[in-house]
Design a protein around this ligand. Structure first.
Ligand code: KIV
Length: 349
């Protein structure tokens, strides 16, 4: 039987004929019956069909037998959609193996272990308290999916501000221990020396300009940036400076679409927008926002592609009802001792 078509129950009840084999897709079959692992999500994902997306290097084609090759930083740096070089880049935030596997199967080009995790996963008011260890912890889980997409780790507030050496050490940990292939750094010209230190250490860097959430207090809140001539000119210059030193892409967050278009035309690396209109070389959204997993009202740039919050609550409520009514588990969902064993035990009791 094709293991990828097996249900979790079948897997539990049958011996494994591929113990420990590292299949495409990163599944390591255990050679002992490990209920926790066997009941885990990993067994279910192969049921999802690959997405049809583009047909460029590394993309998954429906019905294609061979596994797609992993994307690389040079692949992504060359994807300047606005200049006719490839399809727009798709970046999705991911914080664990589940989100990483699903986003990768959906055909994302980049998985960002964003410091947004402080808000959407850890329930904080802003991103400022996120630590390198927290990004590392989540990056490991994302990298464990062994995605085709490039994994980018966010450099948290104060992890790259005090000195270049500290920045290199922190970013280096995200690559060497976290499985990231690049880091993201918020800020323009003031970050150039740090970014150059990172690049000199062979650490690929993604820039982030516009509404940079780590500057929330200086900016006075989550406000759209670069609305006026001066702010827009500064932003365009910053983008040129970042591209000039060698960042491989630049996130543009919370700026007018027209300004993002000018920035995109001004640099030779891809821009990836969030709340920056349609003219960027790619787009990024936060996992929880695009899937409808946040309770707060979303900003207008968020498009909710699903209302998974309601789907999940409904499923959990039906489970709770079944437990309370005794409808779960059924005999088919239970293990049974042989009748003679039960009879003997009852007799000896
Ligand atoms: O932390 C994050 O998720 C981000 C994206 C919103 C770009 O920086």
């Amino acid at each position: 039987m094709n293991r990828r078509e097996a249900s979790p129950t079948q897997i539990l009840d049958e011996p494994l004929d591929d113990p420990g084999g590292a299949e495409e897709g990163g599944l390591n079959w255990p050679d002992t019956l490990d209920m926790g692992r066997l009941l885990g999500y990993g067994r279910l994902y192969p049921q999802f069909p690959p997405t049809l997306c583009g047909g460029e290097k590394g993309t998954q084609m429906s019905g294609q037998a061979s596994s797609p090759s992993p994307l690389t930083i040079p692949d992504l740096a060359a994807r300047k959609a606005s200049a006719g070089k490839g399809a727009p880049l798709v970046m999705i935030t991911a914080y664990d193996i589940v989100s990483a596997r699903l986003a990768d199967r959906a055909g994302a080009d980049l998985l960002l272990v964003g410091d947004s995790l402080g808000m959407v996963v850890l329930g904080r008011e802003n991103t400022l308290a996120v630590t390198v260890d927290e990004i590392l912890h989540h990056a490991r889980a994302v990298a464990a999916a062994r995605p085709r997409a490039v994994v980018v780790g966010d450099m948290p507030f104060l992890s790259y501000h005090a000195s270049g050496s500290e920045a290199v050490r922190n970013a280096g940990r995200l690559l060497s221990k976290g499985g990231c292939q690049a880091v993201k750094v918020e800020g323009g010209r003031r970050c150039l020396p740090t970014i150059e230190r990172l690049l000199a250490a062979d650490i690929p860097v993604m820039g982030h300009l516009g509404l940079t959430p780590q500057s929330i207090h200086r900016l006075g809140g989550f406000r759209v940036q670069a609305r006026g001539v001066e702010g827009a000119e500064t932003l365009i210059q910053d983008a040129r400076l970042l591209a000039g030193v060698g960042v491989f892409a630049i996130v543009l967050e919370g700026i007018p679409a027209e300004i993002a278009q000018l920035v995109t035309a001004a640099v030779n690396v891809p821009t990836i927008g969030i709340g920056a209109g349609p003219h960027c070389d790619g787009q990024v959204l936060v996992w929880h926002d695009l899937l409808g997993l946040t309770e707060e009202l979303s900003p207008k740039f968020v498009r909710r592609y699903a209302d998974l919050g309601s789907v999940i609550v409904d499923a959990l409520a039906r489970f709770a009802d079944d437990v309370r009514s005794g409808a779960f588990p059924s005999p088919e969902e239970s293990y049974h001792a042989p009748a003679d064993v039960v009879a003997s035990l009852r007799g000896s009791g």
